[in-house]
Design a protein around this ligand. Structure first.
Ligand SMILES: [Zn+2]
Length: 235
């Protein structure tokens, strides 16, 4: 490549990157951009995108300082005192951005879940389609699994009774692997081409798989569930 062509190539590449960024910014709805800047609009914004979520999500709750989620976690932990091996576990599948509570006594009982949305979610996700993809296809997956139970394969299913044969840690990992896998799958289907986001989501799923690999199953059902969950990403 001559020096001139190299310079042109370099400029073109830079231009393309900038253009992509501009397109991304333009694709954000005005409402999303406003909600990012103004906390007081965030609940209204979330109300308008509830219809993107699966039916398993009853409500999107803006919770800037974790106060509402904390109260709900306390409620769940109080009720959990009756369930021996789940007693001391943290309930729900917390990330720094969103939270769906998944109390085992409500698992696979056709109940909808709220999704708590923390202030950090609006800071981290500057691109609306990434924000809504994580919300609807990751958190939404947690809510759907919690509502319907989890069919892993023919004859292997985690239902309202089976959940108590699993440790809380195994259950958490299974749900995370499924949620990251779904988030990634749906991002690809929607042709989201933000490579960093795709790589990051895949990496998160694989890290959750590494954690479940290290769990010592305490019965045959748990062993099967763990082995099956390691297959995600190879389908
Ligand atoms: Zn999660």
């Amino acid at each position: 490549m001559t020096k001139m062509r190299f310079i042109k190539f370099f400029i073109l590449k830079k231009f393309k990157n900038t253009l992509n960024k501009i397109i991304k910014i333009m694709e954000n709805s005005e409402f999303f951009n406003m909600a990012r800047k103004d906390n007081s609009l965030r609940q209204d914004y979330l109300d308008t995108i509830l219809n993107l979520c699966p039916i398993s999500v009853s409500e999107l709750v803006y919770d800037p300082d974790f106060e509402k989620a904390k109260r709900s976690i306390e409620d769940v932990n109080n009720k959990l005192s009756e369930y021996g091996n789940y007693k001391s576990s943290t309930q729900g599948v917390p990330s720094c951005y969103f939270l769906v509570l998944t109390p085992p006594y409500l698992f696979a009982r056709n109940e909808q879940s709220k999704v708590f949305v923390f202030g950090s979610a609006f800071q981290k996700f500057g691109i609306e389609e990434l924000f809504t993809n994580a919300l609807t296809n990751h958190e939404g997956m947690h809510a759907t699994d919690q509502m319907n139970g989890i069919k892993l394969e023919e004859g292997l299913e985690i239902n309202s009774e089976g959940i108590f044969l699993l440790s809380a840690k195994t259950m958490r990992q299974v749900m995370e692997i499924r949620a990251y896998n779904n988030e990634l799958k749906m991002a690809r289907q929607k042709r989201i081409n933000n490579q960093m986001y795709l790589d990051y989501t895949g990496l998160c799923r694989d890290l959750e798989k590494d954690i479940i690999k290290s769990i010592e199953p305490k019965n045959n059902f748990e062993r099967k569930v763990i082995n099956f969950s390691l297959l995600y990403g190879h389908e």
